[in-house]
Design a protein around this ligand. Sequence first.
Ligand code: PLP
Length: 492
Amino acid sequence: MNYQSTRGGERGVSPSLAIVKGLAKDGGLFVPSEIPSLPLSVRELSELSYQDLAYEIMKLYFTDFTEEELRYCISSAYDTKFDTEEIAPVVKKGEYYYLELFHGRTLAFKDMALSILPYLLKVSTQKNDIREKIVILTATSGDTGKAALEGFSDVENTEIIVFYPKDGVSSFQEQQMKVQRGKNTHVAAILGNFDDAQSGVKQIFADEEYKAELLKQGYRLSSANSINIGRLVPQIVYYVYAYGQLLKRGELSSGEELAISVPTGNFGNILAAYFAKKMGLPLGTLICASNENRVLTDFFHTGVYDKNRPFHVTSSPSMDILISSNLERLLYTVHADEKDVASYMEDLRERGRYQVSENIEQKLDGEFYSGSARDGEASVTIFQCFKDCAYILDPHTAVAKFVADNYSYKRGKQGKTLIVSTASPYKFAQTVLKALKEPVPEDVFSAIRAVSELSGEKIPDAVLEVMEGEVRHNTVCMVKDMKLTISHFLLS
Ligand SMILES: *Cc1c(COP(=O)(O)O)cnc(C)c1O
């Protein structure tokens, strides 16, 4: 198995090198030369633990890892950092199944991939004889930064530096980062907004002179970007796991189709479902759920991807995205013409829009359904779901349920559907309380306690640690001093 760029500029890249590089030279994303088939029957796979299943799936994609290396990555990632032994439990509430991907350290689905990426990266650098220490540099609007900090915390031979906008993240998110443990973790608030942080980081990545200087001192810059193939592949595992669990419990019969509804932003999570389906998992329609930033919904309806539109700040912030990077991988996978993909991406860069061929549109039509939910609709969904099933949804998952309801209404309620639950309601406690028409305390921690009382469940340990944790990071810097701050973190 090797990897090639979606835009044709690079091919024959080994799995470990694709992980080290992240992005291809031509700006394209790495895709596997072929999508492998499931190694055993779904019934056989359903007997495996999450970790053993992860091994069976990942070994097909990361073929230059030894069994020992891959098992080391898996066992380091999927351990007691998750608050449930199952890692990704499936629950049944009302007519739906929910795949809960929020049992990791930051209570959101990004933990599924970001807890293993650091180990994949560490092994990959060793394999490619890279001697320098890897320095992960990210700008965050909140969630990814914390998930990356948790993932890289105390992983040997790595340092992680996160910049966030001082007044641009929620107070809970800020507290989450400030209490971060780990000798190799560094956090700085910058006096600016998210775009300032983001462009500051981009400038540093483009600064060859500075990078050469760091290299001399034994540091190599890298990013924990969501387009790394080392983040996509681990996400395939939980779809196979979920189907297997339902099969084992007799909720599904062998080969029965299961539709999947995914709250979507960058298109990474739902793309992993598509890969699982192509590997032979009996999945039905993949439901791509958007919030008011419905650029993907419009794309699936018209074949035109157009980011020239107002940006909405919604109650499901992790889906507030106008450029869904991973869609490029889908286009390549259904169409396999690098020249076309490259020209779509050029159109996107130059004009902010592209239109795919009718052929691609038809292929996508058979596999995907897409719809969107406004904040008010997500909010009513949270209220109704709690009333009907005593189950509290977070605002992202509520978007997926709303769109799944529409889909099943249109299709006359046939078939079973799995809703992918991407965040814990504790993470959005105030929004959730408002939707439930409960009093909303101004203080986040009081809101978290109120959600816990309503659900009758105890507050997850990861939240308690943030509430009670000791502040370890207090650096504040100006945008122009980001490089200085990095040097200070690394060399002091
Ligand atoms: C990142 C994120 C999403 C969107 O996932 P993509 O893979 O970017 O489509 C949805 N919900 C939550 C809570 C997230 O953090």
